[in-house]
Design a protein around this ligand. Structure first.
Ligand SMILES: Cc1cc2nc3c(=O)[nH]c(=O)nc-3n(C[C@H](O)[C@H](O)[C@H](O)COP(=O)(O)OP(=O)(O)OC[C@H]3O[C@@H](n4cnc5c(N)ncnc54)[C@H](O)[C@@H]3O)c2cc1C
Length: 417
């Protein structure tokens, strides 16, 4: 068994762990010995998959708490005030960003630019990197953390004065985040709020969306519970598959799906009141009275949506008949469906489909500098904490920001002795 000794060891070589290790060395100085411990054979595997390979690394609104949920949300504004912002952080590593409707991407449009910048900086700073090394236990002994690992080649014990936990959550286990550290962290008295897959599609009754596969429709989606209480809403593009409602606005609802028997209400014309939609349908009725019912709404929605809209409105008519065959009740029912098309949520996607984890280490376990209140010299960053960002670069922004802030806290504490 090999033994190592560090001032700060970072567990997890993902987004927040890499930011933490870089900041710890830069802020701590040459005599501060830092290690990153990563179970995968390479650092930052998940980063390469983000933003469909483009890496949506931040957002111009990343410092606004309204884009996040979870018990740690009050930390967003104070910590982002201490952090220079994702764009400046990457500029200091030689990566230039561009904004696409507020979402920040590397100018190269390649996630590899982001990962390379982080990896090469770690290398330049002489941070020790252990890959293929999985942390399996943590023990506090005589003022040091003893980290037990299960390495491919041999067993290693890593002793460290401070430890930063940047191991991510449970989403997307194919990138190394299978949640094995939750159990270890719970065993040393850390309390976690319940965790659920977040940023993932909603499974609904396949019969309701039959024929809609591949269709994209813009509107407002709202998540309701079984007592018809509105839980949250978002606007954007809904993408239909044969089993799910997908798209960013639907993904954003998943973090709030804490109950059973919920449903999504889709308003296809959110900028119009119900009475205005009714007026619009009567205008179309007059303009297109001789057309077939199947073509009636083709000036507003994709034609393939027509049968599903009529079916959900419970208008049983032959779609080949002319529009003038519809009666006022049909128009009223269609109006209601267009404003509030209801889809039962069977469940949201599983961990393999989720982009992030809702729930995690609870706010009352850490102070405002991300230091544990129960475990001395332990700091947390990234997705392991109970905080979930919306789609749009917020989760990576939180990862860099919390990584940098946790590292500064750990170094400050080292300096104080
Ligand atoms: C497909 C996909 C696309 C995404 N796209 C975006 C996007 O464009 N923009 C955005 O903001 N967010 C995006 N996200 C979310 C974002 O990637 C995460 O929120 C972010 O990476 C979390 O950073 P983290 O450092 O906390 O955890 P991670 O990046 O998950 O890193 C944790 C690391 O710890 C390692 N680890 C875990 N357990 C151990 C252990 N016991 N021992 C050693 N190492 C361990 C893991 O292997 C992993 O490398 C996406 C997620 C996915 C899955």
């Amino acid at each position: 068994m090999q033994s190592f000794f560090y001032d700060i060891a970072v567990i997890g070589g993902g987004a927040s762990g890499l930011a933490a290790a870089i900041e710890a060395k830069q802020y701590g100085g040459a005599n501060c010995h830092i290690a990153v411990i990563e179970k995968n054979s390479r650092l930052g595997k998940k980063i390469l998959a983000t933003g469909n390979g483009r890496c949506n690394l931040g957002n111009i609104e990343e410092n606004k708490s309204s884009h996040y949920s979870g018990s740690c949300v009050d930390l967003i504004e104070p910590l982002f005030n201490k952090f220079e912002g994702s764009e400046s952080f990457f500029k200091s590593l030689g990566v230039i960003c561009k904004s696409d409707s507020g979402r920040l991407y590397p100018y190269s449009n390649h996630a590899a630019s982001v990962l390379d910048a982080l990896r090469f900086q770690l290398n330049d700073l002489n941070v020790d990197v252990f890959t293929d090394t999985e942390v399996v236990n943590l023990k506090y002994k005589l003022g040091l953390w003893e980290i037990s690992t299960n390495s491919n080649s041999d067993l290693k014990k890593i002793n460290t004065k401070k430890v930063i936990i940047s191991c991510g959550g449970k989403a997307a286990p194919m990138f190394g985040t299978d949640g094995n550290l939750y159990k270890v962290l719970k065993s040393i008295n850390n309390y976690f709020t319940p965790i659920r897959p977040a940023l993932c599609p909603a499974y609904t009754d396949p019969l309701m969306i039959k024929g809609l596969k591949g269709i994209r429709a813009i509107g407002k989606v709202s998540l309701y519970n079984s007592e018809n209480k509105l839980i949250c809403s978002d606007t954007g593009e809904v993408q239909f598959t044969d089993k799910t409602l997908s798209g960013i606005c639907v993904f954003n609802l998943a973090a709030f799906a804490k109950e059973k028997n919920m449903y999504i209400q889709f308003d296809l014309l959110p900028h119009l009141k119900e009475s205005e939609v009714s007026e619009l349908l009567w205008e179309i009725y007059a303009q297109r009275s001789a057309w077939s019912i199947a073509d009636m709404l083709s000036g507003i929605f994709q034609k393939k949506m027509c049968p599903a809209l009529f079916k959900s409105s419970k208008i049983s008519t032959d779609l080949n008949l002319p529009v003038y065959k519809l009666n006022p009740y049909d128009i009223e029912k269609l109006t209601k469906t267009i404003k509030a098309w209801k889809f039962p949520v069977l469940y949201f996607g599983d961990w393999t489909q989720a982009q992030t984890t809702s729930g995690g280490l609870a706010r009352n376990e850490i102070d405002e500098n991300l230091e544990s209140k129960t475990c001395p010299g332990m700091y947390f960053s990234g997705e392991i904490l109970d905080i979930t960002g919306e789609c749009g670069g917020y989760n990576l922004a939180w990862a860099w920001c919390s990584g940098v802030c946790a590292a500064r806290s750990a170094v400050d504490s080292l300096k104080k002795g």
